[in-house]
Design a protein around this ligand. Structure first.
Ligand code: ADP
Length: 261
């Protein structure tokens, strides 16, 4: 499957990797997710857009077990399958986390470790990859994002864009089935945003399966196969970017896009 094919063809070919149904989540009295459905197919990029506080990050964090919904189901092809109406055993939550890797808004690199140490930490400590193999892969991935010469640098010696690219490499090093991005460029100075979005677009072109929470509507429009517009804890509208950005069916979507485009 190639990402040079039209998105519609790719989506038809691909089998679902992840299916979330009816996700609900409250923090105290505040119901943040009010029944969210989401399907992610292999090789697909799904973008979550919507106003601040609409529940995008909570959806994303629910997909890898960082947040536990109060209700709903989550099924990853090949396991695990979770029903949040019942207590979720720890092993199944960890199995969920094993399948994905998250890139955070703030890169969350360990400040006292070099770039290389940051990248091999997960593979060696969590996935039990032998150190030598982890180093070889880390070096290849760093070269892949143009940071081969930064392997021995510490995070504070890098620009924000470089730090975030290391954050992406750290996620890739875990060889996840699913890459989750939580507003990966929103903490960056405007001039550094492009280099991170370029790497993300290349990963999409390589066929990585990605769910991206983003305010970068131009990126969502250019790269996503499907866009979900969330507001008030529900998916108000979903569709291909070509349709959703040009002919939004819902007034709320229209108003949101109108403010930002
Ligand atoms: P978005 O990503 O669309 O900005 P979030 O999913 O981050 O939205 O947050 C949705 C709502 O849930 C917000 O009102 C936020 O303040 C609240 N929220 C998120 N996480 C927590 C938490 N751990 N405790 C209490 N409230 C939270």
């Amino acid at each position: 499957m190639s990402r040079t094919e039209p998105a519609a063809d790719r989506a038809q070919d691909a089998s679902p990797l992840l299916e979330a149904r009816g996700l609900r989540k409250s923090f105290g009295a505040h119901e943040v997710l009010r029944g969210v459905d989401l399907t992610v197919r292999r090789g697909e990029v799904v973008a979550l857009i919507g106003p601040s506080g609409s529940g995008k990050t909570t959806v994303l964090r629910s997909l890898n077990g960082l947040e536990t919904p109060d209700a709903g189901t989550l099924e990853l092809t090949g396991g695990p399958s979770l029903d949040f109406a019942e207590p979720v055993p720890k092993a199944r939550r960890f199995a969920l986390r094993d399948r994905s890797a998250m890139v955070f808004q703030h890169h969350n690199l360990f400040p006292h470790m070099t770039v290389l140490q940051n990248v091999i930490e997960g593979p060696t400590q969590v996935r039990r990859v032998p150190r030598a193999a982890a180093v070889v892969r880390a070096e290849a991935l760093l070269a892949r994002v143009g940071l081969a010469d930064k392997r021995d640098a510490y995070p504070h010696q890098l620009s924000g864009g470089q730090q975030q690219r290391v954050g992406i490499v750290r996620a890739l090093a875990l060889s996840p089935d699913l890459l989750l991005f939580d507003e990966p460029t929103s903490a960056l100075d405007p001039e550094l945003v492009g280099e991170v979005l370029t790497v993300m677009k290349e990963l999409a072109d390589e066929g990585w399966t990605m769910v991206v929470v983003t305010h970068e509507l131009a990126f969502a429009r250019a790269v996503a196969d499907e866009v979900l517009f969330l507001d008030g804890g529900v998916v108000v509208e979903r569709g291909t970017p070509a349709r959703l950005f040009t002919q939004p069916a819902e007034e709320r979507t229209r108003r949101f896009l109108h403010r930002l485009l």
